[in-house]
Design a protein around this ligand. Structure first.
Ligand SMILES: Cc1ncc(C[n+]2csc(CCOP(=O)(O)OP(=O)(O)O)c2C)c(N)n1
Ligand SMILES: [Mg+2]
Length: 694
């Protein structure tokens, strides 16, 4: 009970008052921004209210608490719902060093600045901008995909860190989702994987409102979702009215009691609940209600029609008494438990501390292999697998897997105790994503935002299938690792359906993604070292299927140059080349071969190995000039991929050897000859470049 201006109010009235506060905050913020989706928050306010106020084990005073339940708003267009919840629950802000601040994550000023430049309330929830947001959502299907990774992480953490008497991890994941999330392929992949893994800590709440942007959902969506999810192995329950708090509570209880499967709660709702135009138009959907309708809706809610951004007396107190108090008590109990745990298992506690801060364990880079010079050499997928196995033994929280290509990607963790993550063994470190690249990408991001370091692997060509997830990792500033093998036409007989062409260029165009295409086995070691240390950037490691030489690093520059993205691998006498040959990955060896030939002809060449454009771009101008002197304009790039972007390095007078069409199905040696990837071709282009630059 609380006292308001109207006098004593009942618990039920307080529920209604709180729910309508959520609704009207969303309405007012969208109206003020003159853009956004008010309808879904209006409809889902009771659902979020019931979940947060009664069930979510979350302490608003510490949004970094390790064992907090996670809430994901996969229908990110309903962002105002989340901002209103964060505001009313008084979730605190957290700084870059994970220190909890006094100020709120979403103060009222920020709600009033919804969708404005530099606000903490962007159009869709962005986890790197606003504390309390577990993952960035908006592209439909990604949030539910992330939630599966979060549930994997929770199970994995419990299996690896809990000890008898110390159940320090038992948190649940709740993801709210819409028709769009369930129509998207990635949502289906994620649900299928979650059902297979029997992730009983995962609960999706489906806003079954029978409407999408274009019109009634049944214009495009008529399958039996319940039966589909039962088929996936989920527990499915239904709430016939989103306003029925009792039924909602019962559904959440069913979820909590279900110990062998994930749970889908189908909630029937009316978008823009309270709006006179609900269901029949875009009103209350992808656009503000308009001032007139705002008044009508507020009247319907029994709200003062002229008040904006009103939080009535008693509402904040009510949230403090609900989620606030429950969360505080739960976290206090947990903190006591963890104190004992820390004393008994200091090493495990230290691991958790480092994981949360995205730091590495001491000795993380010990026993990494070095590869002796070898003309025949080794495929970088093979050297990559060896380095990964060495690293993973040093970094106990590095886990991952492939989309059913582990034997091809060479990403299996083979050392003793690595194990397989399956329903019967959540301690395992080898994940089996199945043929679900997009679901894998989203799950990897979900694992990584949970503090566990994860990688996902597939053929490079299929990076396209998971591009949306790679992009979100980059946007979220999280260090997901994507391992891509079979990186060019060099994969041979599988042919053009499997041979990447434009993938390098397209991934290099993505902000905040580090692309690495190492040029021999020792560059692979350096590449993995860089990846391990990333804290706020995802990486794409691009590796070959075919063998390539391991260079004599006594003769050529050390592979440590990889850290700078590009480095002088072999130079002309006196460091004054007539021509610069630059290549990445398997084409580095073509440059080196051409360099040696040119040398016998008396032509002074320099070879630049260029495994990562992004890292090179981070270097200062002096370093860049030392690698690519402006005075040397005769330049040749060699890469078995689209040449888009190489102009930046070869300049207007340079030459590019690359792919300008799709590949072909044939043995490697025939392809190399047919497409002109030979040392002789590089020599010819070098001569042309020199003569054109005289
Ligand atoms: C991948 C992706 N495609 C398209 C959109 C644009 N979009 C935003 S909401 C929406 C659909 C809305 O329908 P529904 O998912 O049922 O959500 P509701 O409007 O019912 O809340 C679409 C297509 C998007 N956000 N993500
Ligand atoms: Mg819908």
């Amino acid at each position: 009970m609380a006292v308001s201006e109207q006098g004593l109010v009942t618990a039920q009235q307080l529920d209604t008052l709180s729910i309508n506060t959520i609704r009207t905050l969303a309405i007012d913020a969208v109206q003020q921004a003159n853009s956004g989706h008010p309808g879904a928050p209006m409809a889902l306010a009771p659902v979020a209210y019931c979940l947060w106020q009664q069930f979510l084990r979350y302490d608003p005073a510490d949004p970094t608490w390790l064992n907090r339940d996670r809430f994901v708003l996969s229908n990110g267009h309903a962002s105002m719902l989340l901002y209103a919840m964060l505001h009313l629950a008084e979730v605190r802000d957290v700084d870059e060093n994970d220190q909890v601040l006094k100020q709120l994550a979403v103060p009222m000023e920020e709600i009033k600045r919804f969708r404005q430049l530099g606000s903490r309330t962007p159009g869709h929830p962005e986890s790197h901008i606003t504390s309390g947001i577990e993952t960035t959502t908006g592209p439909l299907g990604q949030g539910v995909g992330n939630s599966v990774g979060m549930a994997i992480a929770s199970k994995w953490l419990a299996a690896n860190f809990n000890r008898p008497g110390f159940e320090i991890f038992d948190y649940d994941i709740y993801a709210m989702c819409s028709d769009g999330d369930l129509m998207e392929g990635v949502g289906g992949e994620a649900a299928s994987l979650a059902g297979h893994l029997k992730l009983s800590n995962l609960c999706w709440i489906y806003d079954h409102n029978s409407i999408t942007l274009d019109g009634p959902a049944d214009w495009s969506f008529s399958e039996d979702v319940v039966t589909r999810f039962i088929g996936y192995g989920w527990n499915v329950t239904r709430v016939g009215d989103a306003n029925d708090l009792e039924m909602l509570a019962r559904a959440f209880e069913v979820f909590r009691k279900t110990k062998d499967r994930p749970t889908l709660i189908v909630v029937d709702s009316h978008i823009g609940y309270g709006s006179p135009h609900k269901q029949d138009s875009n009103a209350a959907h992808g656009e503000p209600l308009g001032e007139d309708e705002v008044r009508l809706v507020k009247k319907f809610y029994g709200w003062p029609e002229d008040e904006k951004f009103l939080v009535p007396d008693g509402v904040r107190e009510h949230f403090r008494e609900g989620i606030g108090k429950r969360g505080r008590n739960l976290r206090a109990d947990w903190a006591k438990l963890f104190e004992g745990y820390r004393k008994q298992f200091p090493e495990l506690a230290d691991r958790l501390h480092r994981m949360q801060r995205r730091e590495l364990p001491d000795g993380w880079n010990k026993n990494l292999p070095t590869f002796p010079a070898d003309a025949k050499g080794v495929a970088t997928r093979d050297s990559g697998g060896k380095v990964l196995n060495a690293l993973a033994q040093n970094i106990p929280w590095l886990i991952g897997g492939s989309a059913d290509l582990a034997t091809s990607n060479k990403t299996t963790l083979k050392f003793e105790g690595a194990g397989d993550f399956q329903a019967g063994n959540y301690a395992g470190r080898n994940l089996h994503f199945g043929v679900r690249e997009h679901g894998m990408g989203a799950a990897v991001n979900g694992i990584v935002v949970s503090g566990v370091r994860a990688f996902g692997a597939t053929f490079f060509n299929f990076s396209d299938y998971m591009r949306a997830s790679i992009r979100l990792a980059a946007l979220m500033e999280v260090p997901s690792i994507f391992v891509f093998t079979h990186d060019s036409i060099g994969l041979g007989e599988d042919g053009p359906t499997h041979q990447p062409i434009e993938q390098l260029a397209s991934l290099r165009a993505m902000p905040n993604l580090i692309v690495l295409r190492p040029g021999d086995a020792n560059e692979v070691v350096e590449a993995w070292k860089i990846i391990a240390q990333l804290q706020a950037q995802p990486a794409a490691l691009v590796l070959t299927r075919q063998a390539m030489p391991t260079f004599d690093r006594g003769k050529y520059a050390p592979a440590s140059g990889v850290a700078k993205g590009a480095y002088v691998f072999a130079d002309a006498p006196g460091g004054k080349p007539d021509v610069i040959l630059m290549g990445t990955g398997s084409e580095l060896s073509l440059c080196v071969e051409a360099y040696e030939k040119l040398k016998t002809e008396g032509v002074k060449a320099r070879v630049v190995s260029m495994p990562s454009w992004e890292l090179f771009e981070r270097q200062d101008a002096a370093y860049k000039e030392s690698v690519l002197p402006a005075s040397v304009t005769a330049r040749v790039s060699v890469e078995m991929a689209a040449t888009l972007g190489w102009d930046r390095y070869v300049g207007p007078k340079g030459r590019k050897i690359g792919m300008s069409r799709f590949g072909a199905s044939a043995p490697l040696k025939d392809l190399l000859k047919f497409f002109g990837f030979t040392a002789d071709a590089v020599v010819t282009e070098a001569h042309k470049a020199i003569s054109e630059n005289r």
